[in-house]
Design a protein around this ligand. Structure first.
Ligand SMILES: Cc1cc2nc3c(=O)[nH]c(=O)nc-3n(C[C@H](O)[C@H](O)[C@H](O)COP(=O)(O)O)c2cc1C
Length: 238
């Protein structure tokens, strides 16, 4: 019978698990690009655990795989716009999609559908739906985020928030596998609908393109191009 509740305490003489090996990993600096070693403060305390894990999820078929820890995946993610000519395995793609499916949404309404595209001709056509989406053409796969084409402002705004959540979940899951990701807006809805065979009552909110980076592998970024922490974060009051 399945027991619920906190895990049972180990017996008194039970062997104690060996501490996981610590290692400092290479970091990337947005301006200097590649830096190795060194710890850089509380937010980037990158004495990161060794990353060998026994795979057990449906997306992986057993054996030892090199994967990132959550913090590495978060700090390594960046918008990738140049992709290597290398396919992404079906299991890995499904894991990324599953991360998106599990994302939270307002009242759990899950306003999204995902259309996965890997066909090169389709990717080339999709890359034309927005002037800033050229990188979609060379992606290994692109996920079109499809929502209902509502006129109601509140519905659209709520969907936007939820789409952000599912997007980030997929991007972190991709980064966890060393896969780069990017966004593209969609201006030409008629073309997007045609390429994807969507019904008239749906629109493509965004395209999320995926692929192994052609420029440099994903690594934790030491100094991301972001507003300073103390400017962004307010404690208690503005
Ligand atoms: C809502 C949204 C729309 C975006 N649209 C595009 C786009 O159409 N084309 C593009 O190349 N990048 C797009 N981006 C990516 C942003 O430019 C990128 O996240 C930002 O510059 C930070 O990049 P970084 O995380 O690599 O530092 C979009 C991002 C978001 C969140």
């Amino acid at each position: 019978m399945t027991r619920f509740g906190p895990p049972a305490r180990p017996a008194k003489n039970a062997p104690v698990a060996a501490p996981r090996q610590q290692k400092t990993i290479a970091m990337e600096n947005a301006s200097e690009r590649l830096i190795t070693g060194v710890s850089v403060g509380p937010l980037a305390a990158l004495n990161v655990r060794s990353v060998e894990r026994r795979a057990s999820s449906a997306g992986r078929r057993g054996g030892i795989v090199a994967v990132m820890e959550t913090w590495d995946a978060i700090t390594s993610r960046r918008n990738v716009r140049r992709f290597a000519d290398r396919a992404i395995g079906e299991d890995t793609l499904e894991q990324v999609l599953e991360a998106g499916r599990r994302a939270p949404s307002s009242r759990n309404w899950q306003p999204w559908d995902f259309v996965l595209v890997t066909d090169r001709d389709q990717l080339r056509e999709l890359s034309k739906v927005w002037q800033g989406g050229g990188h979609v053409a060379d992606s290994a796969a692109t996920i079109a985020l499809v929502v209902e084409d509502s006129d109601d402002r509140r519905t659209r705004e709520t969907a936007q928030y939820d789409l952000g959540q599912t997007t980030m979940a997929m991007m972190i899951a991709a980064a966890d596998q060393g896969i780069g990701s990017g966004h593209s807006a969609v201006a030409d809805q008629a073309k997007a609908r045609e390429v994807l065979g969507l019904p008239e009552d749906r629109r493509v909110a965004y395209l999320i393109d995926l692929g192994y980076p052609a420029d440099r592998p994903l690594k934790p970024i030491r100094n991301p191009n972001r507003r300073p922490f103390d400017q962004v974060v307010h404690r208690g009051r503005w």
